[in-house]
Design a protein around this ligand. Structure first.
Ligand code: MN3
Length: 202
């Protein structure tokens, strides 16, 4: 069964008022994410060792294998973008009480969490992702991964929020201003309801 591009959970224009325009989502979801899915399916088609494996299994199986670097990059990016779309919302930026409390416990304050997340995204040289994860020790932490890697591959914990800092994610809206993109993402786009639900389910 081939992997498929999931539908966006909102209209392409739904985030425009929050700082992510319709054209960004048309290119990012319909073209970039689709390209990862198409490439991944091409790799699976040609490699019996990948057939029948789930996306999670392919990410873990292909990591750190130089001959499967293309598989890992595309599988990782499919995994990352599957989460990225629901991790944003037209009603983004509002932090539910239980998550606010946990962020404050583990980072000192919500502002300190946002500073750490922004620093992770700004500090990722080149392309990659900034993450809020629930570590195996039960504590929230901020991390970053290059290119198509993610917390599943690194084993750093459960992803609660992930922000794409590849230029295709922000160049139409923020040009070269990645710090402004990240600040806006945290303040207006991040779906903290999603993060709170994932935290509760963990
Ligand atoms: Mn992307």
């Amino acid at each position: 069964m081939a992997f498929e591009l999931p539908a966006l959970p909102y209209a392409h224009s739904a985030l425009a008022a929050n700082g992510m325009c319709q054209e960004t989502l048309e290119l990012h979801h319909d073209k970039h994410h689709q390209a990862y899915v198409t490439a991944l399916n091409g790799f699976v088609e040609k490699n019996d060792a990948l057939k029948g494996k789930s996306l999670d299994e392919i990410v873990v199986f292909s990591k750190d294998k130089p001959d499967l670097a293309g598989v890992f990059n595309n599988a990782g990016q499919h995994w990352n973008h599957n989460l990225f779309w629901p991790m944003m919302s037209p009603a983004g930026g509002k932090i539910p009480g239980a998550l606010d409390k946990k962020l404050t416990e583990d980072f000192g304050s919500v502002a300190a969490f946002k500073d750490a997340f922004k620093a992770a995204g700004v500090g990722q040289f080149g392309s990659g992702w900034a993450w809020l994860v629930l570590g195996k020790d039960g504590k929230l932490k901020v991390t970053r991964t290059p290119n198509g890697s993610n917390p599943l591959a690194t084993g750093e914990g459960k992803a609660l929020l992930g922000c794409d800092v590849w230029e295709h994610s922000y160049y139409l809206d923020f040009r070269n201003r990645r710090p402004d993109y990240l600040q806006n993402w945290l303040d207006k786009l991040a779906n903290y309801e999603f993060a709170a639900a994932a935290l509760k389910a963990a």
